[in-house]
Design a protein around this ligand. Structure first.
Ligand code: FE
Ligand code: FE
Length: 270
């Protein structure tokens, strides 16, 4: 029987691994850690073609996801195919196909950073802003006090180190696959994806904001527009999860021309 409820973190059958993932993520994702990850992972020194990167996600199961335990490539194809079936624009289909591709970070990753196949707290899961107070709309808010920044008076206020109304483009989010892919594509010379696609890629895991309504002191008018874009995309990111298995090679002929149209055919620097 198809599972009907998504993101039920209190379900009796929820894996202890999901909760443990969130405990480590909340504890370790501090402002210092995030700044360190930016230096470490935003070097763009490893060329790799889009399809090779996609194939690497055959080897990654997202431990933070309570709804699906298939290799991540399946979730990407399921999302893209649903967007395609609804007759949505080609760029959005491609965005569905690649939105989680930042998880290839594990190729450069390590356990200590939370960016490996075994330790994923620096790579996947709902993200939050670092440098200001953690909101109660985070999953498992009881873990918020484990983060040492929450005991620093410079950081533990609603705006923390930021200006009121500065907008989410101007804050640091917890480090993960969203920000990584956004930065990789931002650095990619032949990227012509529309701005909406880049918003979907960068903020799709920012649940405390897009679904929890937190950070009212930080957001601005531009973010209200972003919210519409994210809500639209989220339908496909979440409600297309199923046990249906695809083979990337079977859908490649359809998606390759779209990928070349928006990303070119050369390698991407990771
Ligand atoms: Fe994601
Ligand atoms: Fe996703």
């Amino acid at each position: 029987m198809e599972k009907k409820i998504f993101r039920d973190y209190d379900a009796p059958d929820i894996s202890v691994a999901v909760k443990e993932h969130y405990r480590k993520m909340r504890k370790n994702q501090t402002l210092d850690y995030v700044q360190h990850m930016h230096k470490k992972y935003l070097a763009f020194d490893k060329p790799m073609g889009l399809w090779d990167a996609m194939r690497h996600l055959n080897n990654l199961i997202d431990v933070s996801d309570p709804d699906i335990n298939l290799p991540n490539i399946q979730h990407l194809i399921q999302s893209a195919e649903a967007i395609r079936a609804d007759g949505r624009p080609d760029w959005m289909q491609l965005t569905g196909l690649i939105h989680d591709l930042g998880k290839v970070m594990f190729l450069k990753g390590c356990d200590e950073d939370g960016t490996s196949q075994d330790e994923q707290w620096g790579m996947v899961g709902d993200v939050f802003i670092v440098g200001c107070k953690l909101p109660d709309s985070c999953v498992y808010p009881e873990f918020n006090s484990l983060n040492k920044d929450m005991h620093n008076e410079k950081y533990n206020t609603p705006t923390g180190i930021y200006q009121k109304g500065c907008g989410i483009d101007n804050v640091d989010l917890a480090w993960g696959h969203d920000e990584y892919l956004y930065q990789v594509l931002n650095n990619h010379k032949t990227n012509t994806l529309p701005a909406e696609a880049m918003v979907m890629i960068r903020y799709h895991s920012f649940y405390p904001w897009h679904s929890g309504g937190a950070y009212q002191e930080i957001v601005n008018e531009k973010d209200a527009g972003y919210l519409q874009i994210i809500k639209d995309f989220n339908t496909y990111d979440l409600y297309t999860k199923s046990q249906k298995i695809y083979n990337l090679e079977d859908v490649l002929d359809y998606y390759r021309p779209i990928a070349e149209k928006y990303l070119g055919s050369g390698p991407i620097y990771w």
